[in-house]
Ligand binder design. Structure first.
Ligand code: FAD
Ligand code: SF4
Length: 448
């Protein structure tokens, strides 16, 4: 079966941890599928891949057919096979999972997509040019998916991306030991090969005026949820405090781990405290570990309450990240303007709160400090308000998210939106699923 690289080896580099399935094991795994008459896994997949057919094609050794089935619904299969939370989606709905382990749909998807990339991808057909122009804001999974769908329908699609490299969180957030960057680049290249133009270093609302954006026949907003939340405690502006987004962007996008070869610095080694226990916190902790740090991750609830995927928690634990549970930071202590320690308080679990989980309450007098050189805040992020604040009449919700109907329509007739900008921080595949729905609506509008 798929294996992870030995811990001793992998904590010193950024190469992929999971080595993937061999052909032999992929076929064995695919043969476990019961080809259910009512396949629950398909309902569990936000982009509705015909999972029994693609898995059946692997079982029959027909990888070309399997790849074709995947690509009908998903332009980013090598990415999804690696980062989708399959345990709560397709694999979580697999009937086999009631008695034994579910079929490893994600590992099979990755296997087929990797095979196809090596062999050379056959792109889907595109319709003749429609003469209609669509502007897409943001090149994350939502922007790329909608752009690909619209290009297949013959529209001229331009993606505006503020960063110097396309991919959104796939490029700047998720570290390469979980999602190698060459795979992201290759899947983006396939979207470009469909005729999509990507203009990087183009910030809508700054270098691209909103009037220019709105002059397109349709506009698709997919600018994500890249605005990090802070805790609001003393010391958060000290040197050495980063949001997880900034820390990960410095390393993944700006190559700060190779400073001074690259211009962007980041504190390497030392003692790092990460606040939070979601996937983003695990990524930040594991990146810091690979740069030689001793890492403690603090969370106000218990380990069983960690929001991160179990696999990420296990990987982080194996790699030596220390979890300090039932603990909340109350102040970051500085020395000469730099982080020196994080003052914390112990928490006890009380009656359930509105989330249904036991509510953490501080234990009076239990304060203690953890010495630290760096503190990374990973408690969540929300939509950046730049674009929505500049488009007159665009309805937004309480958290700054763009409000859409079930078809991805905003309050402005030719403006659509999907992904994290509409939901707040979510998942790659949910961004892709909602982007496909919005692209369908754009298509219908443009063909009326
Ligand atoms: P994004 O990926 O955020 O892309 C938005 C793009 O818009 C960005 O490139 C941004 O630069 C650009 N942009 C913003 N404003 C402008 C502007 N004004 N002009 C032009 N461009 C603009 N999900 C999973 O399913 N599995 C995981 O393992 C996982 N791990 C994660 C790890 C990290 C560190 C983070 C931060 C998130 C993770 N997620 C994961 C969540 C997932 O990546 C997001 O839900 C997903 O990327 C959202 O896609 P999107 O296209 O809506 O937005
Ligand atoms: Fe499962 Fe994600 Fe693939 Fe859908 S796209 S089948 S959710 S791994």
């Amino acid at each position: 079966m798929a294996g992870d690289r030995p811990v001793k080896e992998r904590v010193h580099d950024f190469d992929e941890v999971d080595t993937g399935l061999s052909m032999h094991n992929a076929v064995l795994e695919a043969l476990r599928c019961m080809t259910c008459v009512i396949p629950k896994c398909v309902e569990g997949c936000p982009v509705n891949i015909d999972i029994p057919s693609f898995v059946g094609a692997v079982a029959a050794n027909d990888l070309e057919k399997a790849a074709g089935i995947l690509r009908e619904e998903n332009m980013l299969p090598a990415i999804c096979g690696r980062v989708c939370p399959q345990e709560t989606q397709c694999e979580g709905s697999c009937i086999l999972g009631k008695k034994e382990k579910p079929v490893r749909v994600g590992a099979l998807e990755r296997f087929v997509a990797d095979w196809e990339r090596e062999k050379g991808v056959v792109l889907p057909e595109t319709a003749p040019p429609s003469g209609r122009r669509v502007a897409v804001v943001g090149s994350g999974p939502a922007g790329l998916t909608a752009a690909a769908e619209l290009a297949k329908s013959g529209h001229e699609v331009v993606i505006f991306e503020s960063l110097h490299e396309a991919g959104g969180v796939l490029t700047y957030g998720i570290p390469s030991f979980r999602l190698p960057k060459e795979i992201v680049r290759e899947e983006i290249r396939m979207v470009q090969d469909l005729g999509v133009e990507i203009r990087t270093n183009h910030v809508v609302g700054r270098s691209v005026p909103v009037e220019e954006l709105l002059s397109y026949d349709a506009v698709f907003l997919a600018s994500g949820a890249g605005l990090p939340y802070f805790i609001g405690i003393e010391g958060e502006s000290l040197n050495g405090v980063y949001s997880a987004n900034e820390f990960l962007t410095r390393v993944n996008l700006m190559h700060a781990d190779s400073f001074p070869k690259f211009d962007t610095p980041v504190k390497k080694g030392g003692r790092v405290v990460v606040v939070g226990a979601g996937n983003v916190a695990m990524d930040a902790a594991r990146v810091a570990k690979r740069m030689g740090a001793e890492v403690k991750l603090i969370y106000r609830r218990r380990k069983e309450d960690f929001p991160a995927r179990l696999a990420e928690v296990e990987h982080a634990s194996e790699e030596g990240i220390e979890f300090v549970c039932c603990t909340n930071p109350v102040r970051i202590i500085g020395s000469d303007g730099r982080v020196a320690a994080v003052e914390c308080i112990r928490m006890e679990m009380c009656d359930p709160d509105e989330s249904g989980r036991p509510a953490p309450e501080p234990i009076e007098g239990s304060e203690f400090t953890i010495d630290a050189d760096v503190c990374i805040i990973a408690i969540g992020q929300g939509p950046n308000p730049l674009i929505s604040s500049l488009i007159d009449g665009l309805e937004t919700g309480k958290k700054g998210n763009v409000v859409v109907d079930n078809d991805g329509r905003t309050s402005i007739p030719h403006v659509f939106a999907a992904g994290d900008i509409t939901t707040g921080a979510a998942t790659v595949i949910s961004a892709m699923g909602s982007a496909k729905t919005a692209a369908d609506s754009i298509n219908r509008m443009l063909s009326d």
